[in-house]
Design a protein around this ligand. Structure first.
Ligand code: SF4
Length: 195
């Protein structure tokens, strides 16, 4: 069994008890699927968004709607396949009406799933997409995405580059280059950093 297969097995074992998770209120608010994550379980670069939307909830995969298509296009332009990276969200169940997850929901979900996903995958770089993603990851609700995007922060020993959520770029296309630059920066840094 190679590293990729071994890590996938560990991820499957991690997910098994949470297929019908009710550990936070999002489990009871109309979710169809718990959307754990998708991609290379041995990825050097990991993306963390805010939460599943309608398409993601229906299909059980992260970033498959309009935001996901934009993310795929930017990954390809940066020289990456979607299957090269691992993509997940800070909460695994869809918040109603596409609202941002509440800090308590992010904290609960992170403690049972995200923290362990990061421990298994061991990426060298994490790129967070949207304010709720970076606020939840580093436990700081006062952080403003416009002020810290593109900077290199730390979570444990992993470099973290926060950037905008692709859904924000669909509403504000003038920031498209900024999102692309941050993704490219994260990719280049992941290539330079040793595990
Ligand atoms: S968001 Fe996370 S903690 Fe909340 S019910 Fe879904 S899987 Fe469980």
């Amino acid at each position: 069994m190679n590293a990729k297969q071994y890590k996938q097995k560990l991820l499957d074992q991690l997910y098994a008890p949470y297929i019908k998770c009710m550990q936070c209120p999002l489990g009871k608010l109309g979710r169809t699927h718990v959307v754990f994550g998708d991609g290379n379980p041995d990825a050097a670069l990991m993306f963390i968004g805010e939460g599943p939307g309608q398409d993601e909830d229906a299909q059980g995969k992260p970033f498959v709607g309009r935001s996901g298509k934009l993310l795929n296009r930017l990954l390809e332009t940066a020289g990456l396949e979607r299957s090269d990276v691992f993509i997940t969200n800070i909460v695994k169940c869809r918040p109603p009406n596409n609202r941002k997850p509440f800090p308590s929901e992010s904290a609960t979900c992170k403690s049972i799933l995200l923290i362990n996903q990061i421990k298994i995958i061991r990426p060298t770089v994490i790129c967070t997409l949207g304010s709720a993603a970076i606020q939840g990851l580093i436990d700081d609700q006062n952080i403003k995405i416009s002020q810290i995007r593109g900077k290199v922060l730390k979570y444990e020993n992993i470099s973290v580059i926060p950037t905008y959520h692709p859904a924000y770029i669909l509403r504000n296309p003038k920031e498209l280059t900024t999102l692309f630059d941050d993704i490219q920066h994260a990719f280049k840094l992941s290539q330079k950093t040793k595990r």
